[in-house]
Every structure is written in structure tokens, then in C-alpha cells.
Design a protein around this ligand. Structure first.
Ligand code: OGA
Ligand code: NI
Length: 341
């Protein structure tokens, strides 16, 4: 059965069969722990060496961290959240105008992850947009709600600034030139996924998003301020990353794992559902230019001991992205297809 949008406002009492995971692949929510020492980084701090050190530890240990005093205004965030809720609250026939299950199409409103590739569906609807260059894409964005274009443009611009700030810090934290990432990643694209997870009748049987790593360079996630759902895999154990209303969750994508020669990790994460409340999350993805050649930064392996070598082979981002979307989500780490022999 083909998956359909689930943001209907109608609450089911049992989970439709096409969302039910096999017994061996369920969230086991009672076994998930709270992460006590999850890094929280004030990126307005003026002690640069200390800040860079914090970034290094967070990226090497968790591949994930939260940032506060990030420079994206509260008004911008509040408006973005409001317009996203308004969007998913629109009548089904209005939303269906944007529906597509073709992952190469944008903008698109879709459901699950990749409905044409997957065997079991996921309890998520999502709107996917290209956000850079804004002038190239804004005309194709939804025109309902009427404030959508203006609000999302403002949000995307502010997020991009934050993304560049973090890429600088990450470059420095690897001992590279401050503008290393910016140069290597080329004219970076920016994509947005507005994820909407309706209340789910049986959260133990399914995922909002199953375990995956992000294929891009860097992800900036705005989590619902009150509803939990994001979990990350650390040392083989799942931990909840609970929301802080004043913070963004940042994670290293596959491309920064490759550029860092595996020093930084693009960590497995997933979203789970709950019976009570819809959950909204807004993911902004900084993406290398399609033609950018991704290769482990030379200074990270060249001058090291004899055996040191680049872990990954050179490839273009276009090649990687194609591979990523040809797969189902919960397979091997996509980077494993790009190892050096
Ligand atoms: C994603 C993602 C997590 C969430 O969109 O790639 O991991 O909490 N989202 O919605
Ligand atoms: Ni993700």
C-alpha cells in the first residue's frame, strides 16, 4: 500500500500495518537514557581558544551539540514555528497540491522518508525546500499560508549566517584555516526539511524517522520546544536529546566526517513518536556544492605517522547524494561506500 500524508488531524487508535516494524527493529523506548553531559555551547563566548576546544570535544565525542546565543532572533524562530504549524494545519486538498514521492523534486510535501524505496513507512510528513540562493527558489515555495515566503526567507538567511559561524569554528577546531570548510564546500546549498510527526497511536511499533546519518555537511535543527523525540546513538546506546527552547541542535553530517578523515563523527540519530502531542522539527542542511570534491583534509593525515592515510576516497557531493537517496534509510553508514581500499 502506498503511504499517504498522515497530518490529517484525525487520530487513529491503532497503527496501520504498513508502519509496523518487525520485532527486531523497534524503538524499545524504555531502554532509552537521558544524556547528562550533552554539550551546550555558548557560541557568543569571547574566549575563542576555549570555544574551539569545546567544539572539538563535542564533535569528536558526540558529533552533536547544542548552541545558545546563536544570533538567530527569537522573533524569527517563533514566526517560523507558527507558519510551519499553520502549513501542516491546512486542509488536505491544499496540501496535496505540493505532494510528491519523487525525492529529486523540490519543493515537495511528502511522507515517511523515501516511500518508493522503503518496505515499512515512517510516522512523519515533511516539507522539503531549497533555500539558497533564495531568489532562485522563493517563487516555487508554498504561497499558503500567505506569510510563508517572507517568514521562511528571513529564517533561512539567519540560519545560514549561523551555519558559516559554526563551519569556521569546526575548521579551527581541526587545526585548519578558519575558512577551510567554506573554500572546500564551494557555493553551499541550503535545504530545509520541516518535519511534522502527528500523535501516533502506537509509538513502540514505529519510528518518526528511523536511525540515519545526515548526508550533508552540517545540520542545524530547531526542535519543538516542548515535545521530545530526537535520540542519538552513543557507544551502542540510544539517548534522548531533550529540547531547550533557546538552543539549536547542531550535528556533523557525512561530509564533515569525510573532510575530518573520520576524526569527527556523523552520528546515527532517529526521531520517535508519542501518543499525546504532534511534534514539529525544522532541519536546515548546509550542503556542499554539487561539484565540490570531498576528500579528507590533507593536514589531518599527510604529516602524521607512516601508516596514516586518507580513510575515504575523493568523490563529488553529487555522486554521494545520488547514492544516499538510492538507499533505504536504515542501512549501513552511507560513507562506507566511499572508503579507500
Ligand atoms: C532530520 C532529522 C530529527 C528530528 O530531519 O534529518 O534527523 O528530530 N530530524 O526531527
Ligand atoms: Ni537527520
Amino acid at each position: 500500500m502506498a503511504a499517504k500524508l498522515i497530518s490529517t488531524g484525525f487520530r487513529l487508535t491503532t497503527l496501520p500495518e504498513n508502519y509496523v516494524r518487525p520485532l527486531s527493529d523497534r524503538p524499545r523506548l524504555s531502554e532509552v537514557s537521558q544524556l547528562e553531559d550533552f554539550p551546550l555551547i555558548d557560541i557568543s563566548a569571547t574566549d575563542r581558544p576555549r570555544l574551539v576546544q569545546q567544539i572539538h570535544q563535542a564533535c569528536a565525542r558526540f558529533g552533536f551539540f547544542q548552541v545558545i546565543n546563536h544570533g538567530v532572533s527569537k522573533a524569527t524562530i517563533d514566526e517560523m514555528v507558527t507558519v510551519a504549524h499553520e502549513f501542516f494545519g491546512m486542509p488536505m486538498d491544499e496540501k496535496m497540491k505540493l505532494y510528491s514521492d519523487d525525492p529529486t523534486k523540490t519543493p515537495r510535501l511528502s511522507t515517511s522518508f523515501n516511500v518508493k524505496e522503503e518496505e515499512v513507512n515512517n510516522w512523519r510528513d515533511y516539507l522539503r525546500l531549497h533555500c539558497y540562493p533564495i531568489d532562485k527558489y522563493v517563487h516555487e515555495w508554498p504561497s499558503n499560508p500567505s506569510s510563508f515566503k517572507e517568514v521562511v526567507s528571513k529564517y533561512s538567511r539567519e540560519i545560514r549566517e549561523l551555519g558559516f559561524k559554526i563551519e569556521e569554528l569546526i575548521s579551527e577546531s581541526l587545526g585548519l584555516e578558519k575558512d577551510y570548510m567554506k573554500k572546500v564546500l564551494g557555493e553551499q546549498g541550503q535545504h530545509m526539511a520541516v518535519n511534522y510527526y502527528p500523535p501516533c497511536p502506537e509509538p513502540e511499533l514505529t519510528y518518526g524517522l528511523p536511525a540515519h546519518t545526515d548526508p550533508n555537511a552540517l545540520t542545524i535543527l530547531l526542535q519543538d520546544a516542548t515535545v521530545c523525540g530526537l535520540q542519538i546513538l552513543i557507544d551502542g546506546h540510544w539517548f534522548a536529546v531533550n529540547p531547550r527552547p533557546d538552543a539549536f541542535v547542531i550535528n556533523i553530517g557525512d561530509q564533515l566526517q569525510a573532510l575530518s578523515n573520520g576524526v569527527y563523527k556523523s552520528v546515527w540519530h532517529r526521531a520517535v513518536t508519542n501518543t499525546e502531542n504532534p511534534r514539529l522539527s525544522i532541519a536546515s542542511f548546509m550542503c556542499p556544492d554539487n561539484g565540490a570534491v570531498i576528500s579528507p583534509a590533507k593536514p589531518l593525515w599527510e604529516a602524521k605517522e607512516e601508516e596514516a592515510k586518507p580513510v575515504y576516497r575523493d568523490y563529488t557531493y553529487a555522486e554521494y547524494y545520488k547514492k544516499f537517496w538510492s538507499r533505504n534509510l536504515d542501512q549501513e553508514h552511507c560513507l562506507e561506500n566511499f572508503l579507500n581500499d
